[in-house]
Design a protein around this ligand. Structure first.
Ligand code: FAD
Length: 250
């Protein structure tokens, strides 16, 4: 999936330098100058702006949580059970401050589970259906397992792709790089994950999240009638590829 983004960035004239370590930053009259090391060589680059995207960490170290006996892990995240309950009965925790992907929709999902748990429901967290999206060009989106993680989790899988190059809407949008990939359980076709790279991947992943959440099979997706010509047809056609009955190919 990342290769598609790399290809598109290169086409736009972006120079990509990976596996580099920033050494220092200097403000100049009209921007910034960054010194970095790559493959043992020191280099500099000048630019208008510097965007720092190194991640975030919890600020639980100065809140006095240990004074009330709240359990934290070694990263400073608050430990919770599957109902977002901490080790203290009347304190629940959700979102970035607990383990898991640091995403807004993960935080609000946990918020609902915590509220239900507090009101006595038996709800518990299941992270499998949480989508992750990279709003790049083209967009990348994933939900549930990818092929590798499914195998690591012990599933025997059938994982197949349908390319946007064979999708009428993508062709008419002149945006046909990418694919829909389904990861299904071999024994019964259960959809356990999906990846989409390409136009509107961030929206297309919703149907696949529903499939994972509702326990649908590749056959369910293949038999769902999708309007023509739409990008969503690629989901249906990926399911047909899983079933070994593709109507279209690239
Ligand atoms: C630049 C950026 C872009 C992002 N883009 C996306 C995106 O596109 N999609 C996505 O899903 N997620 C995105 N995220 C992540 C998303 O914002 C977080 O996962 C989400 O806000 C987590 O919600 P939260 O309620 O756990 O924490 P927050 O939204 O961070 O809320 C925590 C609140 O606690 C307050 N607080 C902190 N310390 C204390 C204290 N000691 N006492 C009292 N109050 C305190 C803070 O001020 C804040 O209001 C992005 C994050 C950043 C930084």
């Amino acid at each position: 999936m990342t290769q598609l983004v790399k290809k598109r960035l290169k086409k736009k004239g972006v120079e990509l330098v990976t596996e580099a370590m920033a050494q220092g930053v200097e403000e100049t009259d009209d921007g910034v100058k960054v010194t970095y090391e790559v493959k043992g060589e020191e280099k500099t680059i000048e630019a208008d702006y510097l965007l720092v995207t190194v991640g975030r960490r919890p600020n639980t170290d100065e809140m006095g949580l240990e004074d009330i006996g709240l359990d934290l892990d070694d990263k400073g995240l608050i430990k919770i059970d599957k109902q977002c309950r901490t080790n203290l009965d009347n304190i629940y925790a959700i979102g970035d401050i607990v383990e898991g992907p640091q995403l807004a929709h993960k935080a609000s999902y946990e918020g609902k589970i915590a509220a239900e748990a507090i009101s006595g429901e038996k709800s518990e967290i299941d992270y499998l259906g949480i989508p992750a999206v990279v709003f790049s060009d083209p967009e990348l989106a994933s939900v549930g397992h990818n092929e590798e993680s499914a195998k690591e989790a012990g599933f025997e899988v059938v994982a197949k792709k349908f390319p946007f190059a064979a999708n009428g809407r993508a062709l008419s949008l002149n945006d046909s790089d990418g694919f829909v990939k389904l990861v299904t359980r071999k024994s019964d076709g259960l959809v356990i994950g999906a990846q989409v790279a390409g136009p509107n991947a961030s929206d297309l992943i919703a149907e696949l999240g529903l499939a994972v959440e509702a326990g649908m099979t590749a056959e369910d997706l293949a038999l769902t009638i999708h309007a023509h010509p739409t990008l969503g047809e690629a989901v249906m056609e990926a399911a047909e590829v899983v079933l070994g009955m593709p109507i279209h190919t690239a």
